[in-house]
Design a protein around this ligand. Structure first.
Ligand code: SIN
Length: 485
């Protein structure tokens, strides 16, 4: 039982057109605590029927919301931001219960998520058009920027709060209306956000939350609808590709934040202690279930052993357990399948010659726990190198030269984040420019912030979230050509 200061933040219904409703099918989804396996509550499950209705309501709301002033939208967003910060303790409890991340980390996510609302409330007022010097003296040319229309957002379970605000805030700031389909494993944070949005005065139909056990059915209803003009998705590359194809028929704009396979490269001139600190922060954030998590540690041979020893020693200090306990620094994985996938990759690497220097056996804390694990002698043909691990497992691979490091770093179709540790400024520029990633952390393991553009290249997706660029994905440019002057 969750002990919330405000029990009304725990919702179990769909939020459509400003109303809390059950699905017609009367089906429900049991939301489980991944640390204990205990059911937190049951949530109504929508079908394509409720999804279609939420699209109609969003289209209807767009007619007024899209015409409000930026100042008005900014004020409502700021009010929503303040309510979220005021309710941080309850929101963190809900997030911890449904997702598993430790309470301190859950609070960090609430503030991180809220920061996007504050940022885009400010950006709403800076959606400028242009006056373009004309080639004809009788003409005046200008552009105006307008909301793209109804947006659909499909969001993941690893950041049940921040991945929603990062999409909803720019959409609302731009004057769009939005329907969010949160991951069925973690709908409670989304619903709590909707409750606070309603209290902040966001009008009915502007934000709807459609939870459903049949993601494919809901996804199809959103992508097939000609009324939905844009889809924003955070999740796996596999699902992203399906959604992009589904959006093709109605030529929707798409923003895709897909899988990563971040290299974490440490050169012999790096500050090793700084690299270890960054490695711990990047690898074990959210138990390794983050798209920008370090996935492959590439370490120059001359410092390979020194780095490994210090990294193992620092990792041993992490405390795995139920994140509701204040001492815990690593919570469970989201479910048993996640544990099995991670363990299968570790076993495959071991069978092919990698050495497990820490962890590597499923934890006795419960079926969803996996211990922090470090492997050396990993090679580029192993699954751990080629695939996104999405768990607390760190493979370490040696390299000798800068050329080798670059080749290993770029040997993936994923191009989201990368990390580079060196004190050589000329190498920092050279290497950063040659890395095939949307984000490069330089002597820094945590790179996410609302003020900088988050997004990947290659098969890690397209579009950018956050920063001054993030709002552009929710805007259409209209060119006005005025003649007869
Ligand atoms: C993600 O893993 O999808 C997002 C991580 C972040 O925003 O830092």
């Amino acid at each position: 039982m969750l002990r919330l200061n405000d029990p009304l933040l725990l919702k179990s219904q769909l939020f459509i057109n400003g109303e809390w409703v059950d699905g017609d099918s009367e089906k429900t989804i049991a939301v489980l605590n991944p640390a204990t396996g205990i059911e937190i509550c049951k949530v109504a499950s929508a079908t394509k029927k409720e999804t279609g209705y939420s699209i109609d309501c969003a289209q209807n709301a767009l007619q007024t919301w899209g015409k409000t002033t930026a100042k008005h939208r900014a004020e409502l967003l700021k009010h929503w931001y303040r309510l979220i910060v005021e309710n941080i303790d309850d929101l963190a409890l809900i997030l911890n219960a449904e997702q598993g991340k430790p309470l301190a980390e859950a609070k960090g996510e609430i503030l991180y998520g809220a920061s996007y609302i504050e940022w885009f409330a400010e950006e709403a007022k800076r959606i400028y058009g242009d006056i373009i010097p004309s080639t004809q003296s009788t003409q005046r040319l200008l552009t105006i920027k307008q909301p793209i229309g109804v947006v659909a957002a499909v969001t993941p379970w690893n950041f049940p709060n921040a991945m929603i605000t990062r999409k909803v805030a720019p959409a609302l700031a731009a004057g769009c209306t939005i329907i969010v389909k949160p991951a069925e494993a973690t709908p409670l944070s989304a619903l709590a956000l909707a409750e606070l949005a309603q209290r902040a005065g966001i009008p009915k139909g502007v934000l709807s939350i459609v939870v459903g056990e049949d993601s494919k059915e809901i996804g199809k209803a959103l992508t097939d609808s000609p009324q939905v003009r844009k889809l924003s998705f955070t999740g796996s590359t596999k699902v992203g590709k399906i959604l992009i194809k589904q959006c093709a028929d109605t030529v929707k704009k798409v923003s895709m934040e897909l899988g990563g396979n971040a290299p974490f490269i440490i050169f012999e001139d790096a500050d090793i202690d700084q690299a270890v600190k960054g490695a711990i922060a990047s690898k074990f954030r959210n138990a390794g279930q983050t798209c920008v998590c370090a996935n492959r540690f590439l370490v120059q041979s001359s410092i390979y052993q020194a780095f490994t020893d210090k990294f193992v020693a620092a990792t041993k200090k992490l405390i795995v357990g139920n994140g509701a306990d204040d001492k815990v620094t690593i919570g469970p994985l989201i479910n048993g399948n996640a544990v099995q996938n991670v363990h299968a990759m570790v076993k495959e690497a071991e069978q092919n010659g990698a050495k497990i220097v820490l962890g590597g056996t499923p934890s006795n804390l419960g079926p969803n726990f996996y211990p922090p694990t470090i492997l050396t002698d990993v090679t580029s043909d192993m699954h751990l190198f080629k695939e996104e691990i999405f768990g607390p497992v760190a493979p370490i691979i040696p390299f000798d030269t800068e050329e080798q490091a670059l080749e290993l770093a770029n040997a993936t179709e994923a191009g989201l984040a990368s990390y580079l540790y060196t004190q050589n400024y000329s190498r920092i520029w050279r290497f950063s420019e040659n890395l095939e990633n949307g984000i490069v952390g330089i002597n820094e393991g945590i790179i996410s912030t609302e003020v900088a553009p988050f997004g990947g290249i290659k098969q890690s997706g397209n579009g950018r979230e956050g920063s001054k660029y993030g709002i552009e994905d929710y805007i259409e440019i209209k060119y006005l050509c005025m003649g007869g002057i």
